[in-house]
Design a protein around this ligand. Sequence first.
Ligand code: SAM
Length: 243
Amino acid sequence: MLYTLKNKIRNKIRGLKKGNLSVNDRCEFFEVDGWVLSDFILKKIIPITGVRPFPMGELELMTAAVCRIKPTHIFEWGTHIGKSARIFYEACKLYSPQTEIHSTDLPDTADHEEHPRNKRALLVKNIKAVHLHQGDGLDTSLQILKKATNIAGKTYGVNPLFFIDGDHSYDSVRRELQGIYAAFPQSHILLHDTFLQSKESEYNIGPHEALEEFLTDKRDKYQVIATETGLPGMTLLYRKSVT
Ligand SMILES: C[S@@+](CC[C@H](N)C(=O)[O-])C[C@H]1O[C@@H](n2cnc3c(N)ncnc32)[C@H](O)[C@@H]1O
């Protein structure tokens, strides 16, 4: 009884503190206020993006990552029509206003079956806070981040979040994970299309395989949080603080 009342009061107070949904900030493990975050997703995100390609659990993981990590930068690819970029933008606006958001898709001349052509970035093209680029996602993002951290010969600390949602093949995801880790090992990484099913399903499990391989010698460095109930599947590699 007392426990319920205490929780009710605590939730009420959290509901009012819209600026910070991260809970137990000084503790080791990832935690956010799932109730207030759900209100936010229902009111602010779903009316804009719906639940495709990102179902509820994935919307929760994307926005929770913003609330908990409060990244200095978000780098995401591919932009496509801009749903993920818009989700990050809406979450940052309320819960991490200092975050710089960069979204990259391939050049218009690229021969990629998922390229959005003239629909590229439709949902964010009038939002100045989302910086749009064309090129390879990994190379473009690392170039920008290297410039940002190295000013006048000095290296500045950053706390980046990368969102990998480009080619969805084993080779591309492997390259992207390794590239991020080699350049900025402190990064948190969110990956899309990581669902695992056995071979009878005939699903593409390339991203899952690349992720498992990447983690082989790095499990102690990340808390791994995944949506695992069905397609498409999303995984957050939440970087434990480096001491
Ligand atoms: C599944 S869609 C991404 C969906 C998008 N994140 C959204 O929220 O709607 C894949 C996109 O990645 C782009 N892409 C594929 N390889 C890429 C790469 N190496 N760099 C940047 N974009 C890439 C494709 O052109 C396509 O627009």
